[in-house]
Design a protein. Sequence first.
Length: 366
Amino acid sequence: MNILYYLTAHGYGHALRSCAICNEFSKEVRVTFRTLIPRKFFQEETTNPFGYFPGQLDCGCIQRDSVTVDKEETLITYMKLALKNEARLEDEVKWCLDERVDGIVSDITPFAFEVAKKAGLPSIAVTNFTWYDIYEPYVKDYPAFYPYLQKVREQYQLADLLVELMPSNGMPYFGNRLKVPLVGRTGRCIRDRLKNNLGLATEKHMGLIYVGEFGMNSIPWKDLEKFEEWDFIGIYPLPGEPGNYHLVKKEDFLYPDLVASAEVMISKIGYGVFSECQLNGTPLIYLPREDFAEYPVLEKALIEWGHGFCLSRDDYCSLNWEKELSEVVSRKKPEPLPSDASRICAREIEEVVRRGRPRARTNRGR
């Protein structure tokens, strides 16, 4: 069974959860990733053989920093890509047929569903939100984008099935759907081994900082040293090289193990961070995210979970974290939330592709 998996290259969260699903596929399945995410990423995150067909089919959001969207540049970039996609549709379909693709999955490239429809292939969307949700509020300021927005909605409507990752933005334009709980990676608590490897004091607290590929370099990271009872770890270097921040190499430790071992994670909020904090029982300190429709849905779920702590942008960027760090220390670390959603997603995708169309279904829980 050959599955073509379209992935937006907007950050790594979509690719991470997709890899978690692909790692649950049966041995008969061969996946080809269609994306601009580097091949090396999949070599690190997937346990099964895969194919790789690079290309940019959507742009997600163009970021000014980790939490700020350049709305105008985003829409201009997407319009250019939409025109390119229109011109390459026939070639894309031919490639699918030549490669004997049996089904198409997308998280959350709209063009993928148009390709599937034209090629006569079953298609599955796997997501908690879409680019239609994100772009729709932008149109009032940039009305020239409206026809493109409508085309995005029409493309999503072509999907045979939505595997709806909860909590979701609802996405009423999809028809057939299956709701599933949190998809993400789980790790092991290796705090003692990690501290020993990095030479950290056993009595100090340990936090994980994730700044992502859009780092916030204007933050006075050197001031982390004022938190004398804390050591911090991360996989990206921080300007100022604070003495209590320790860089961890991904080849030395699995990232889910870092999440499971930390007493708190400090990051922007996205589905990947949200799900892996809950799946590993790690509290989250986060900053607000403007002009991104996914954010209020995830924040509401974090509030219900009870272990998310929101900082204002000013407090985050000024490292005014004292109150939140003290709150984390005063509480018992939450229990990890169990979920077999990755396996559920994998089995459902295989079934749809095998049958060539979605079957009648009911929602499945943890």
